[in-house]
Write a protein that binds this ligand. Structure first.
Ligand SMILES: O=C(O)CCC(=O)C(=O)O
Ligand SMILES: [Fe+2]
Length: 297
């Protein structure tokens, strides 16, 4: 009977498949299953921290700022160690990589031991565990130094984006005073909540076969998780997100759920710089940087 059908209506099965779009249904199921699995990785447990006010603010906004987390003297000590034990400030930075407009020293806790005040802080670790998951761990500890560079450089981190769809978190400690022109970290408060606002982009990523064009670079690179300003304005109106440009004196701590929308900013003033410590925290073995993966295929 099937062969009869095939003979009579050669495109019968293809038509059914096209009309029902079975492939798309299957991809949708996979997508929602994956989203469900990711949501299971996020386990809020208020009992893991005594800092309930800050936890409440993290849950509400996705970002918390603590001024004077370290004193000026403590920060100066870290900066001194960076100056003497790393090449971050030297002219020939052989062991320092340039990455997204920043000079970066990896494993900075090993070379500048005073930075452990930040990387091993019980205050920070208890809050991140309570907010994200007890299983959270640091996957990268670095110092980043950013200068004023040529105007038309392209840097996707300076556009609103989110880092991954799996639980991911950053703690930043400013080691230099950061004013509006000195590269403040910027966050859309509220964008940590829910995932429906990003559903469209996530589905473009997983379900469709659209060519992956990055709106900043116009090439196939890290794509759909970047948002341009008109989209950001719409999101703010529709979902009540609020932009927070985080300026602060050296010693300011920022805790941010980077599944929410955020961006870096350029250092606009000549002869100025921003120096920051960054602790990248994750729950899964490797966060999903699938767009990068596509680049290498
Ligand atoms: O450097 C910054 O201010 C933020 C960079 C960023 O997007 C990130 O670390 O995820
Ligand atoms: Fe980011």
């Amino acid at each position: 009977m099937i062969s009869q059908l095939k003979y009579k209506y050669p495109y019968f099965f293809e038509d059914i498949q096209r009309n029902l779009n079975l492939k798309r249904i299957k991809e949708n199921i996979k997508f929602y299953y994956r989203a469900f699995q990711n949501s299971q990785l996020h386990k809020i447990n208020p009992q893991l921290t005594p800092h309930q006010d800050q936890l409440g603010q993290l849950i509400k906004d996705g970002v918390v700022v603590i001024e004077e987390f370290l004193s000026s003297t403590q920060v100066d000590k870290i900066v001194d160690e960076l100056k003497t034990k790393t090449e971050i400030y030297s002219k020939d930075k052989e062991n320092v990589k340039f990455f997204y407009s920043n000079y970066v020293v990896e494993k900075v806790d090993e070379v500048a031991p005073s930075s452990k005040l930040f990387f091993e802080s019980d205050y920070i670790n208890s809050l991140v565990k309570a907010y994200l998951s007890e299983e959270v761990r640091s996957v990268n500890k670095c110092a980043r130094l950013k200068f004023n560079i040529f105007e038309d450089h392209k840097d996707y981190t300076e556009e609103y984006h989110y880092d991954a769809d799996t639980p991911i978190f950053r703690a930043f400690l400013y080691l230099s005073d950061v004013g509006p022109d000195e590269g403040p970290f910027t966050y859309l408060a509220g964008s940590n909540r829910g995932f429906f606002w990003k559903l469209k982009k996530e589905k473009e990523e997983y379900v469709s076969n659209y060519p992956l064009k990055n709106p900043v670079f116009g090439e196939i690179v890290w794509d759909h998780r970047t948002y341009l300003l008109p989209e950001v304005h719409k999101l703010c109106i529709n979902w009540g997100f609020e932009q927070k440009v985080i300026t602060g004196k050296k010693g300011t701590l920022i805790l941010a759920d980077t599944r929410g929308l955020h961006k870096a900013s350029p250092v606009k003033k000549p002869n100025c710089h921003r120096l920051v410590l960054v602790n990248k925290l994750e729950v899964v073995d490797t966060a999903d940087y699938s767009n990068l993966g596509k680049l290498t295929k």
